[in-house]
Design a binder for this molecule. Structure first.
Ligand SMILES: Nc1ncnc2c1ncn2[C@@H]1O[C@H](COP(=O)(O)OP(=O)(O)OP(=O)(O)O)[C@@H](O)[C@H]1O
Length: 329
C-alpha cells in the first residue's frame, strides 16, 4: 500500500518560496528520508502532509485518505521542527493534553490504560525519570524527546518527523535511530525530514531530494546513489576491509562466486601486508552479507563491512551543485 501519495502538490507564500509540483509516493512500512538544502521546501511539504498547510493546488492522500481528513490524522504522529510546550506542565501532563488533542475524552485520558501508555511512551524516549518534572526546566534535547513521545503517544501508523534529532547528543541520536528501526520493524511508516545524512544512510530505505521548491529525485536509496556513480566504482555503496589478501585471492573469489564478481566488486587497494580495501555496488544488505560470507569461505579476515561513508554526502553535494550549475536559483 502507498501511505503517502502526492500529485503536483504545490504551496507557495504569496507566490514565493514553498514547494511546487511535488509528485511522490511513500510505500508502507519504510523509512523515507526527505533531503535538501535550507529553504528547499521540505518543511512546507511536511506541513501539508500533517494538515497544517492547505495546498494551493495538486492532490494528496495520506493513509489512503485526502489530506487533512480527521480519520487519517488520527493514525498520524507528527513532530514539528519548532515545538514549544506548556512550561508549567509536567512531561506526563503534556502527554495527557496531547491525548485530548488526539481526540480522547477526559475520562479516557484519566484511565489507567492511558496512564500506562504515557509511562511506556516516556520510557521509549528515555524520559522515565522526568515524567513528573516541569517541562520549563527541560534541556532542548529533553524537549525534543518529549516531542517524539507526543508523536508516538497514540500509536500512529505513520510518523512524520521534522528534524527529530537536531537537538540530541550522539547517545540520544543513537537511541532515536534504534527506536525508529524498532518502529519500522513493527510496521510503522516513518517520513523523516533531516539534515543528518548519516541518519538517512543508516535508516532510510527510500529518499527524495528537494531543491528550490522542486523535487529533483526520489526512490530507493541504493538506486539514487547508484545513479550518480559515487564511490570507487560505478554505483559503489558498500566497503569491505579485509586481511589475508594474496595476489591469487581475486581469482579464488571469482571462482567461488561462479565468475560473476567483477560486475559487483572492485578492488580499490591491496598492500604487501595482505590488507585490502574493496567496494561493491550492492542492491541491499543481504547482498553485502553474501559477499561477507564469500570472503570468509575463501579464508580472508573481515575487519570491516558497511555502507560507503560519505557517499550520500557526495550525492547530496552533486545534486545541489548540478542544480546551481543549471541556474535554477
Ligand atoms: N511562513 C512563511 N512565509 C513566507 N515564506 C516562507 C514561509 N515558510 C517558508 N517560507 C519560504 O519557503 C521556502 C521553503 O521554506 P521551508 O521552510 O519549507 O524550507 P526547508 O527545506 O524546510 O528549509 P530548512 O532546511 O532551512 O528548514 C523558503 O524560501 C522560505 O523562506
Amino acid at each position: 500500500m502507498t501511505i503517502i501519495d502526492t500529485a503536483e502538490l504545490t504551496k507557495t507564500y504569496n507566490g514565493r518560496g514553498g514547494c511546487r509540483g511535488i509528485t511522490l509516493q511513500v510505500p508502507e512500512g519504510c523509512i523515507f528520508g526527505l533531503l535538501g538544502p535550507n529553504g528547499a521546501g521540505k518543511s512546507t511539504f511536511v506541513k501539508m502532509l500533517a494538515g497544517l498547510h492547505r495546498p494551493d493546488s495538486g492532490r494528496a492522500a495520506v493513509l489512503g485518505r485526502p489530506l487533512g481528513q480527521p480519520e487519517a490524522r488520527r493514525k498520524l504522529g507528527y513532530l514539528p521542527e519548532l515545538f514549544r510546550f506548556q512550561e508549567w506542565l509536567t512531561a506526563a501532563e503534556v502527554l495527557r493534553f496531547h491525548g485530548r488533542l488526539g481526540g480522547l475524552s477526559p475520562r479516557e485520558t484519566r484511565a489507567s490504560a492511558f496512564r500506562n501508555r504515557i509511562r511506556d511512551t516516556l520510557e521509549l524516549v528515555g524520559l522515565s525519570d522526568a515524567a513528573d518534572r516541569k517541562v520549563g526546566g527541560f534541556s532542548k534535547g529533553m524537549q525534543q524527546r518529549l516531542g517524539l513521545a507526543a508523536a508516538l503517544l497514540l500509536e500512529p501508523e505513520l510518523l512524520i518527523l521534522d528534524e527529530p534529532a537536531s537537538a540530541l547528543d550522539p547517545v540520544g541520536r543513537y537511541e532515536v535511530r534504534r527506536l525508529l528501526k524498532r518502529l519500522r520493524d513493527k510496521g510503522v511508516t516513518i517520513f523523516l525530514n533531516t539534515h543528518l545524512l548519516e541518519d538517512v544512510e543508516e535508516l532510510c530505505d527510500e529518499a527524495a531530494f528537494l531543491y528550490g521548491g522542486e523535487l529533483l529525485a526520489s526512490g530507493p536509496l541504493h538506486k539514487l546513489l547508484g545513479g550518480t556513480g559515487v564511490g570507487g566504482n560505478a554505483g559503489a555503496n558498500w566497503r569491505f576491509r579485509l586481511g589475508g589478501w594474496l595476489p591469487e585471492t581475486w581469482a579464488e573469489l571469482n571462482d567461488a562466486a561462479g565468475g560473476s564478481l567483477s560486475s559487483l566488486l572492485n578492488l580499490v587497494e591491496a598492500d604487501d601486508g595482505g590488507n585490502a580495501l574493496l567496494t561493491a555496488a550492492v542492491t541491499d544488505r543481504e547482498q553485502a552479507g553474501y559477499l561477507c560470507s564469500l570472503f570468509i569461505r575463501c579464508g580472508l579476515t573481515l575487519y570491516e563491512s558497511g555502507p560507503e561513508r560519505n557517499s550520500l554526502e557526495a550525492w547530496f553535494l552533486r545534486m545541489a551543485e548540478s542544480r546551481r550549475g543549471g541556474g535554477s536559483q
